[in-house]
Design a protein around this ligand. Structure first.
Ligand SMILES: C[S@@+](CC[C@H](N)C(=O)[O-])C[C@H]1O[C@@H](n2cnc3c(N)ncnc32)[C@H](O)[C@@H]1O
Length: 246
């Protein structure tokens, strides 16, 4: 497998069977084509560069069983929740494994990530996606509900990317160390509001709620302009801190 990348769009190339995939669109390449990383491929009236399927393309490559957290959000979550080498992190749910993968890279071999998901097949898909790129010995995946009372250990941060994080905030008090972070990730205003109200009610100190917008710029001589495909909404990220008074 190779990645086909242009400034505007990207796709996947099955170089053995000579088929390019752009979402659901399939394009057969001319017979006897031979494409290697670094080659320029002309398709759909534009030029693509062929690249190795390395981890920065996690989202292009992985099986999308659920909505994945995109790099613009994963990088911010890692920064804002103090996810550093050696830290111990709790996550729900696994989804595609996109956020798990970024957390595993950030915590390094000295850290630990525990990821829970209520859906067993989702855990298997997330593991399959992550293990294309790494063999994490410090990643424990647990099939179960994050409301569970018997999670192993205490955590420097917990990240909730589930449909109803506000319902789980109380349970997180048991697992996050004082001064540790609770991050909720929700797609709409109503949900973000419920998350923040629940955190405040339960004495978490709420630092911020943010939405990140990524605007790519297409650079052409005398015609440089913003890309039409702006990512202007993914989700609202709320960051709280477990106070020592809880
Ligand atoms: C949007 S996906 C997570 C996406 C993931 N962060 C990623 O980067 O791909 C939400 C996941 O939460 C799981 N889930 C929903 N409720 C849950 C609960 N109470 N406990 C654990 N997992 C839960 C779902 O099965 C689903 O896989």
């Amino acid at each position: 497998m190779l990645i086909l990348k242009s400034e505007e769009i990207s796709g996947i190339l099955d170089e053995k069977n000579l088929i390019a995939y752009f979402g659901k669109e399939r394009i057969n390449l001319p017979k006897n084509s031979f494409i290697e990383p670094g080659d320029i491929v002309r398709l759909k009236n534009r030029e693509f560069i062929a690249l190795k399927p390395d981890p920065q393309f996690f989202n292009e490559i992985s099986g999308r069983n659920t909505q994945a957290v995109l790099p613009l959000d994963t990088s911010y979550i890692i920064h804002a929740a103090g996810i550093l080498p050696g830290t111990c992190i709790l996550e729900a749910g696994a989804g595609t494994g996109s956020l798990s993968y970024s957390i595993l890279k950030a915590i390094g071999n000295g850290g630990k990530l525990v990821t829970m998901d209520i859906n067993k097949s989702t855990i298997d898909i997330a593991r399959g996606n992550v293990e294309r790129f790494m063999e994490p010995g410090n990643w424990e995946t647990i099939h179960g509900d994050i409301r569970s009372d018997n999670l192993p250990g205490k955590y420097d941060a917990a990240i909730l990317d589930i449909p109803d994080p506000w319902d789980v905030v109380e349970n997180m008090k048991k697992y996050i160390v004082p001064g540790g972070y609770l991050v909720t990730y929700s797609p709409n205003f109503n949900q973000a509001e419920k998350n923040v109200i629940a955190m405040k009610k339960l004495n978490f100190y709420v630092l911020e709620t943010v939405e990140l917008i990524k605007r790519n710029i297409i650079v052409r001589e005398n015609a440089t302009r913003p890309d039409n495909n702006i990512i202007d909404h993914t989700a609202f990220i709320s960051i709280g801190v477990r106070t020592s008074s809880i």
